[in-house]
Design a protein around this ligand. Structure first.
Ligand SMILES: [Zn+2]
Ligand SMILES: [Zn+2]
Length: 421
């Protein structure tokens, strides 16, 4: 089938608009819109008709053309059999409606996606079955491009495939326009200056965050968290809905982190994207300090989660009876791979596994008859409290066994994060 034969086939039954006609030849010539291609083809066929050649097409497709010789009177067409007049009549409205939806959102780049209606896709496939798909462009990509062009003109923003600030979905099947805003990802380091707050927001397990008697209506188990302390200014300045928080590991709720721990905070649905990170950094809370904020891409979250980082802890330990000083030097024997079964305190939410983690260095200072300060440099993932208490034999070897002394209390601080970030 040559190009003219294909065009005749497309024009044979029922009316098709210029855009939909041209799109069947969308990969021929460049610098033209499909609408222009469609006009060219239609005019060519019309010239053949005017020359008296016998061509079998639906004459509605020649409506409005001024013939010199031919006496045909084409009837007025109703709707395009493929797009149902989306291109000739509706596309500008869709573009304007989209602009309205994006009002109040700060963005530089956008992307348009679309879902053609089932009828459109079916009509298009019907044509492809008859004429093949050698030079066609799918309707979906024309919708995306043509809506995109109009948005560029109306807003002055840039259409971009790569990391667009907002994505518009023109869903012609559901007759809806949806917009989504790309999250902002900010990397930084935090210190946790107080005990008793978790790293991330803990929803009340009783009500799942709705608020109930158990959580006194707050929906949370703890009043605040590292995440909440850090997110406040971000959520405020970015006019965002919420954040999600990714730390490079986490300290226990009752431990402080006096070192700086890398994190990435994701600001979800930000209406403002240009944030003054220096200003935000200065807004310290009494509980958490942050530094070295910078914008990163989403990929950083994975990097931070996967990072295996050594840590150094200081633990102030109270024992049940006087510490036997002759046994202290034996603590050096802990500088080895420690075998740990999942601690009793986390067993309810984690699988019971055996793991081996290295203690790289341990040193001590006597603080009192029953009180020691331990400084422990360990491989990522070692449970420090259990290394000290032994966790009823689940961690071996351990400080308590070596000293032959029961542990009463531990105050734990992370003092160094041996980070590669
Ligand atoms: Zn059409
Ligand atoms: Zn609750």
């Amino acid at each position: 089938m040559n190009t003219i034969e294909k065009a005749v086939e497309v024009l044979k039954d029922d009316y098709i608009c210029d855009s939909c006609l041209g799109r069947q030849f969308g990969q021929l010539l460049s610098g033209l819109t499909n609408e222009e291609r469609g006009k060219m083809i239609r005019n060519t066929i019309a010239m053949m008709v005017d020359a008296g050649e016998k061509i079998e097409i639906d004459s509605k497709n020649l409506y409005g053309i001024k013939f010199r010789n031919s006496k045909i009177k084409p009837p007025k067409p109703e709707k395009c059999k493929v797009c149902k007049n989306f291109f000739p009549e509706k596309i500008d409205d869709v573009a304007e409606e989209t602009v309205k939806k994006l009002e109040g959102i700060e963005y530089r780049t956008f992307l348009v996606g679309s879902v053609p209606s089932v009828e459109m896709s079916r009509a298009e496939e019907d044509i492809w079955q008859k004429t093949g798909i050698d030079f066609v462009e799918p309707i979906k990509s024309e919708i995306n491009r043509e809506v995109g062009k109009r948005l560029e003109k109306l807003t002055g923003k840039t259409f971009s495939m790569k990391n667009p600030d907002v994505t518009v979905l023109v869903d012609l099947d559901a007759e809806k326009i949806r917009t989504s805003i790309r999250s902002l990802f900010i990397f930084g380091y935090y210190s946790k200056l107080v005990r008793g707050i978790p790293q991330t927001k803990w929803l009340c397990p009783e009500c799942g965050g709705k608020g109930c008697k158990v959580c006194k209506g707050t929906g949370k188990l703890y009043k605040t968290s590292v995440q909440e302390e850090i997110e406040k200014p971000f959520v405020k300045f970015a006019k965002a809905r919420e954040s999600s928080f990714h730390g490079a590991g986490r300290e226990d709720i009752d431990a402080r982190c006096l070192a700086y721990r890398p994190f990435v905070i994701e600001i979800v649905k930000p209406k403002v994207r240009k944030l003054d990170l220096k200003k935000i950094q200065k807004l310290k809370s009494k509980k958490v300090k942050i530094k070295s904020l910078k914008f990163v891409d989403k990929e950083f979250v994975r990097k931070i989660k996967a990072a295996k980082i050594d840590k150094t802890y200081i633990a102030v330990v109270n024992f049940g009876k006087n510490v036997d000083k002759n046994k202290l030097k034996d603590l050096k024997s802990l500088e080895m791979k420690i075998e740990q079964r999942t601690p009793t305190r986390v067993a309810h939410r984690r699988a019971d596994l055996q793991r081996k983690r290295m203690v790289k260095r341990i040193s001590w200072r006597v603080l009192g008859k029953k009180k020691l300060e331990l400084k422990i440099h360990s491989e990522s993932g070692l449970y420090i409290k259990e290394l000290i208490t032994g966790d009823e034999g689940r961690t071996k070897p351990n400080v308590s066994d070596i000293l032959g002394n029961k542990v009463k209390r531990i105050l734990l601080d992370v003092v160094k994060i041996h980070s590669k970030f």
